[in-house]
Design a protein around this ligand. Structure first.
Ligand SMILES: [Zn+2]
Length: 281
């Protein structure tokens, strides 16, 4: 019995120590969901408030990382956080969106379509709270360039580099390190200030692009395939470039990639809101 308890404590500790290995980290998802919630129209805001667990206190950002935290309980959901291409800089749903057993639609783009369909089907018997949390999380993931990376290196997970003096894999640098380093260096480690800065850019520097980010014909439920295509292009142009095995990534890499990360976070937030606003006006 005692041994069993110890084992449980050990497993829980491990989960707490290494909670996330393959998604925008906590802050990335928080940023995306906060931006989105601030842009919701009345109808969408009410639906979100209704579906959020009470403990979230109507803060979508606070539960945006949930889909990563339940991977142990829902192992079937693991392939839904990403899509890989056969090491080419373009993405095709029919070729790429499948899990390792070849089941079609089991990738981040397919998951976004699926959970959008669940959310808009008023007769749905699915758990709509979970559908909202999965949907909000995957909309963020699909904008992280290395969530639509090459199959051979698992979206940069097997590329070992140095982030300044620390050993790190390339995928993690795009999930967490670029965002964290920016937060420490430019916002006195204050997440709220970092979000404010991105919000401000949405209404100033990117203002003339926001309409095109939001635009989607909705003939295929969402435009997830467009977002995945943008990500693999950004992965080739920015993430993989000059970041081969053993590279030391410092200011030159950080400062030139940070604008890409900020823009992808902004696009994800704007689009998450646009889709919810479209279906729940
Ligand atoms: Zn994820």
């Amino acid at each position: 019995m005692e041994y069993c308890k110890l084992q449980i404590v050990a497993i829980v500790s491990l989960v707490l120590l290494f909670p996330v290995i393959d998604a925008w980290g906590h802050d990335g998802h928080y940023i995306v969901c906060s931006i989105a919630q601030s842009r919701l129209n009345k109808g969408a805001a009410e639906i979100v408030e209704e579906l959020l667990p009470k403990s979230a206190q109507n803060d979508l950002g606070s539960v945006c990382i949930w889909a990563d935290q339940i991977k142990f309980h829902y192992p079937w959901s693991r392939p839904l956080h990403f899509v890989n291409t056969p090491d080419v800089c373009n993405y095709k749903f029919s070729r790429d969106c499948k899990d390792e057993n070849g089941r079609e639609g089991r990738c981040v783009a397919g998951a976004i379509q699926n959970y959008t369909s669940q959310l808009i089907d008023s007769s749905s018997k699915d758990n709509l709270t979970e559908a909202l949390l999965f949907f909000s999380h995957f909309l963020g993931d699909i904008h992280q360039p290395l969530h639509c990376g090459f199959a051979s290196d698992k979206g940069g997970n097997t590329i070992e580099v140095h982030w300044y003096t620390r050993k790190q894999n390339l995928h993690h640098i795009w999930d967490d390190n670029i965002i964290e380093t920016a937060q420490e260096r430019f916002y006195s480690s204050n997440l709220a200030d970092q979000i404010d800065a991105i919000q401000k850019n949405i209404t100033t520097g990117w203002a003339d692009q926001v309409k095109s980010w939001e635009s989607c014909s909705y003939t295929d439920t969402t435009c997830a395939d467009v977002y995945a295509s943008e990500s693999i292009e950004a992965a080739c142009d920015w993430a993989y470039k000059d970041a081969t095995e053993g590279s030391v990534l410092e200011d030159e890499y950080f400062l030139s990639r940070l604008p890409v990360v900020n823009k992808r976070l902004a696009q994800a937030g704007v689009r998450l809101a646009a889709i919810l606003n479209h279906y729940f006006k």
